[in-house]
Write a protein that binds this ligand. Sequence first.
Ligand code: ADP
Length: 330
Amino acid sequence: MGRTPRRFRGLERGATLPAVTLPPTESAESSDRPGRRVAVLTSGGDAAGMNMAIRAVVRTAITHDWQPYGVQEGYAGLIAPLEFGHIRPLEARDVGGILGLGGTVLGSARCPEFAQPEVRRRALANLAQLGIDALVVIGGNGSQAGAHALFQDGIAVVGIASTIDNDLEGTDITLGADTAANVACDAVDKLRVTSSSHRRASIVEVMGRDCGYLGLTVGLACGAEAIVIPEAEMSPAEVAERIEDAYRRGKKHATVIVSEGAALDGAALARILEAEHCTRIGFDLRVTVLGHVQRGGTPTIFDRLLGARLGHAAIERSEEHTSELQSPLN
Ligand code: ADP
């Protein structure tokens, strides 16, 4: 007798994987959990691991019998009229299957007007109307400044430091920085292969507006000849000397890592090297700007675990201080 193959739901040939979508808009009254209501949003530049943090916030809240809400498109969603449906209750299944995705399923947006108190009042009114009295803000410097302003306006806020730049005071490592560094490191490794074939020097510009964390870590991990970051600038003459030195030692390639926030970006540095030092450096020069590729990585294990721990801790912290306001910057 032939065995009937086991069939798993959703894995049949041709089956499509479930899309990650938020549930349809529901009214605040549809929530029947007895505990508090807590909203989560992602803001500013996206970073890998944000989804894991969202998942942890939602599921930890549910285990506490709280009702989690997701806010779409950051502060822009928080101030939008409620009928637009940007603030919605979330259930455990709504955040299933997202832990390995980069970016943020809630979406992110810039909302410069959020710095104005009268604009933030719209956010407070929306939250009050939905009975939401706690907020988790996942984002970088600007987002946490917005969270702090909201806290001062009178709502409990817990911030999760998340940015690829790793430039937030008070935290050793921000959510998303590890993945971005790995993506950049992988790109530089690949560039080295082709540079070696053609005896080239690569100038690679990595992200980091005011902070050289990505540049420094990637430069060290990839054995760069020179690392130019805002915290430790290096003159074009010194960079040329390092490249020349590599050439004289018989290396087939040279790598220079430049942070986007350095005084000279990658293209400007290359122009000066070519104009003033081209006879000494030996190699052909090429500039590569990694740009937004660095944001697009699949979250590393480190960022997944960090996102899970921070999301869980955000709810625990909200609960510990049910009656007092929490500043993300404290
Ligand atoms: P990141 O959070 O990645 O640093 P931004 O600097 O663009 O990204 O900030 C994200 C959002 O945070 C801004 O679009 C704005 O809505 C809000 N924000 C930034 N600075 C402030 C501020 N001083 N007060 C209130 N909201 C702010």
